[in-house]
Structure formats: C-alpha cells, structure tokens
Design a protein around this ligand. Structure first.
Ligand SMILES: [Zn+2]
Length: 489
C-alpha cells in the first residue's frame, strides 16, 4: 500500500477522516521504506524528494540533509512516486560525519581509576589534580590523562558541555600536549564552535606540525566556517600525511560544494555568510540577508541565545538544488549548519520566502543551542511557532485523534521523521506545533528556553519537560488538547 499521499494543512481534517487511519498509516509507514515524490516546479524543473508535504504556503520535504522547504508559489504540482527500499543506515549516517576524536596514548590504570562503575570518580580527579598542583611533570601528566578519560566518558554519553570542561582542565595540566589540544578542538567542532576550534588547532599545529589529525580537524573547522577552499587544502594535506577514509569522504563533499559554488558570489552581514549563484539577483540576495538579520535578532531575543559563529546560507538556482539535495550519502555528511534555500524564479523577497528563512534559521539556532540534541518534534514545533504558524484549523482533528486514543506520543516523534509520509508527516508537524504552542501560550518562551537549556546540558527531552513544566509527555499532550479545545473549538 502506498505510504504517501497528499497535503497536510489546512485540510488535515478532511483527509485524515477517521482518526484510526492515522494509526493504520503510521504502522504501514513504519517499514524501512521511503516514498519518493517528485516536486515539479513551474519552470519545469523536477526535484526528487522524500515525503513532500504541503504545509500552508510551502512544500516541505525530507532529504539526507534534513528538512527543506520551498515556497508553494514555485511549485506546479507534486507527483507521488514509488516506495523505494532504503537501507536503514542512511538516515543515521547522514546525521553525523562520524569523525572519531583524536586518540590518546592512555594508561589503562589511570582510566580505570578515573571512570569506573559507570561514573566518573570525582574524588580521584580532585586527588590527582591536587598532586599535580604541588609539582612534578609526571603528576601533571597523570592529572591530564585522568581528566581526558573523564572527558571521553562524557563525550560517549553525549554530554559535550562537561566533556569540554574536563578536557580544558586537562589542558591546564598539559598545555602543550597536541592530543589534548586536538580533543578540545574536536569538542568545539561537535558544538559547531568553529572559530574556537581553530584557535586550539593552531596551538596543536605549533607543537605537532605534521600530525594528520590536526589537518583533518582543521578541514572540518574551515568547512563549518564556510571556507571550503581552506577545508579542501587541509584535507588534502591530511591525506598526504596518512590515508583516512573519513577524510576522503569529507574531501569529496567539500570538492563537490566548491565545484557547485565556483561561480557563486558571496555577501556577508554580521551573522551570515551568503553564497549564491551568479544567476541569482544581487538585489534578492541583499534582501534575503536583510530579512535574515531581522529574523536573527527576533529569534536571538526569544531564545536568549546567540550562535557563536557566522551562519552559512546558500541560495540555489536551476539544477543545482535538485542535484545537491538528492545526492545520497553526500549531503549532510557533515553537520555544517548551512541553510540551503532554493530561489529559482524569484526576483524579490516574498512573504513566504521570509517565513521559510525564519523557520530554517530557527532550526540553526536550536541545533547550535542544544548541540544537536533537540528532538525533531521540538525542532519542528518551535520552528513553526517562530515563523508564525498557529494550530487554528488543525485543532479539531488533533483533538479528535487524541480523544480516539490515536495520538502519537511525543517520544515517538523524537527521532527522525524520514519514514513519516503524507498525512502522517502532516499530522506530526501539526501535533508538534500544538504542543509547543500550548507551552509558549501558557508561560511564554522562557519555559521553552529553559527546556532547551536542559537538553543542551544532557538531559533527555522528557526529563527536561518534567523538570521545567512538571509534566510527563502524557501530561503535556493532555494539557495541549485542553488548550486546543479552549482556544479553537
Ligand atoms: Zn522544519
């Protein structure tokens, strides 16, 4: 049975019909298969996409790089395609480049003393730090190794914040140790803090000029900073020093970017680096940059967060966008946080494009604020809220689905939505928005900000919701339905 079909909103109610259909479709779609849709633009161009969903004035669709959207006004129609089997690893492999942290020649004895029984022995760390302060080089090295072991443990648990704190403390005991320097740089990279990362890599390079790991990580940093030429140079250098499949993949990706962007122009504003094809209108590029800066200020104050580095934005025209977004295993091989916007056929900034920009920019903020830990439902809920979407017409069907005990749990909506198709994806967007809308309307964006902070610190999302709102996921869903009923029905 086909796992896809038409639009999401505003006609969610009509198509979902009996709420039971939701569950049926959900089960059918939970198979490792994916619906390929073809989005046919008015200019004749065709974009092969996954799970294209009509959402208000735009079309959203999934790619390996994550969710993308384009203004509906550019779209002529969508051809619903065939279900193609997808290897399960693809979405997973796209999520992260999987570069491994630089390895330290460690002492098993110190490692075991620093981390045992599933936790870090802070008493031991305090003891070796104390010994190091009083003196010898050996004591300093021991403290650095113990803290490095603690940092690695935290990294494995996804707690980047504490991993970085411990690795930086390790560095105070071994300021010229290239592996510690590189690990601090690595953790900054994982947090999308590219400039900070480069500072440590430069220090590492002074100590170990021919270490291939330095060049490898520097390439990643430059790539994230939207300097693909420098990234390519670093990765080529790394490969000369030592063959490495991780570097080969990254280099291929960067070269493809370079090739595509060879004829691009570049504009910069305080928070953005915008690249666009020579075929795009320079006026449009300037308008987009102005809109992005305006949205940046708004989101910055709402989420009380400023992304540390310039955010890359690429405007695509013509075939480029389709080529790049459909390339499996290539896009998203690096979490570079770039906003990729198709602007084919546009000459000035439309309201819908402005909304798309704000939506996608919100994703960049949340991604960086939480170091990539925010679940999809929260990402999509907040992004929709920020761009100005409200539950409105969807309230009735969301309530109905809930009353019939067919609502999807937020826990189910934490991971990738790549396998949600057609009406289910539409339902997921609407339900995510409703929950976020309820939280923001009830207590303001402050609560949302605190939830994101907890997630950034390593909490699970439900744990963060519990702590800040004193609600479980089930409580939140119930309160959301009460809110929808009161507000819209
Ligand atoms: Zn989105």
């Amino acid at each position: 049975m086909p796992c896809f079909s038409q639009k999401a909103r505003p006609g969610l109610r009509r198509r979902l019909g009996a709420a039971g259909t939701v569950l049926l479709l959900w089960l059918a779609c939970a198979l490792p298969a994916m619906a390929t849709d073809t989005i046919v633009l008015k200019n004749g161009r065709r974009i092969v996409a996954l799970s294209a969903v009509e959402d208000g004035d735009k079309i959203r669709y999934q790619t390996d790089a994550g969710e993308l959207s384009l203004p509906k006004s550019m779209v002529d129609h969508i051809e619903r395609g065939t279900v193609v089997p997808m290897p399960e690893s693809r979405a997973a492999s796209a999520a992260n480049m999987g570069i491994t942290p630089p390895a330290m020649v460690a002492s098993a004895e110190i490692e075991k003393a620093a981390v045992h029984d599933g936790s870090i022995d802070r008493n031991y760390l305090a003891q070796v730090e104390g010994e190091a302060r009083s003196g010898s080089a050996a004591a300093n090295e021991k403290a650095a190794l113990a803290l490095h072991a603690a940092s690695q443990f935290e990294l494995l648990r996804g707690d980047l914040e504490h991993a970085l704190t411990d690795e930086r403390t390790a560095l105070t005991f071994a300021p010229d140790n290239p592996v510690v320097l590189m690990n601090v740089a690595y953790l900054h990279l994982k947090r999308s803090e590219y400039k900070a990362s480069i500072e440590y890599l430069e220090r590492a390079r002074r100590v170990a000029p021919d270490d291939p790991e330095v060049a490898k990580l520097a390439g990643w940093a430059y790539y994230g900073m939207n300097k693909p030429d420098l990234a390519v140079a670093e990765w080529k250098r790394a490969l000369v020093l030592r063959p490495d499949p991780e570097v080969e993949n990254a280099l291929a990706k960067a070269q493809r970017d370079n090739q595509e962007e060879a004829n691009y122009r570049e504009n910069e504003s305080s928070h953005f680096t915008l690249r666009y094809s020579g075929a795009a209108e320079p006026d449009l590029a300037r308008e987009i940059l102005r809109a992005l800066e305006m949205h940046f200020s708004a989101i910055e104050s709402e989420l009380n967060y400023t992304p540390p580095d310039s955010i890359g934005v690429i405007l695509y025209t013509e075939q480029a966008f389709a080529d790049i977004t459909r390339a499996p295993g290539w896009v998203g091989a690096l979490n570079d946080g770039r906003i990729r916007v198709p602007v084919q056929g546009l000459t000035s900034l439309t309201l819908e494009l402005s909304r798309i920009l704000k939506h996608e920019l919100t994703h960049s903020f949340i991604q960086q604020k939480t170091h990539g830990r925010a679940p999809v439902w929260l990402q999509e809920g907040i992004a929709q809220w920020m761009e100005g979407q409200r539950s409105k017409d969807n309230a009735a069907v969301l309530v109905q689905v809930y009353d019939e005990k067919q609502a999807m749990g937020l826990g189910q909506l934490e991971g990738s939505w790549m396998q949600l198709t057609g009406p289910i994806a539409g339902y997921a967007y609407a339900w995510a928005l409703a929950n976020v809308e309820y939280v923001v309307r009830a207590d303001g964006m402050g609560d949302m900000e605190r939830i994101l902070n907890r997630i950034a610190e390593g909490s699970s999302t439900e744990g963060a919701v519990q702590e800040i709102l004193h609600s479980s996921y089930d409580d939140l869903a119930q309160a959301t339905v009460v809110y929808l009923r009161k507000t819209y029905l």
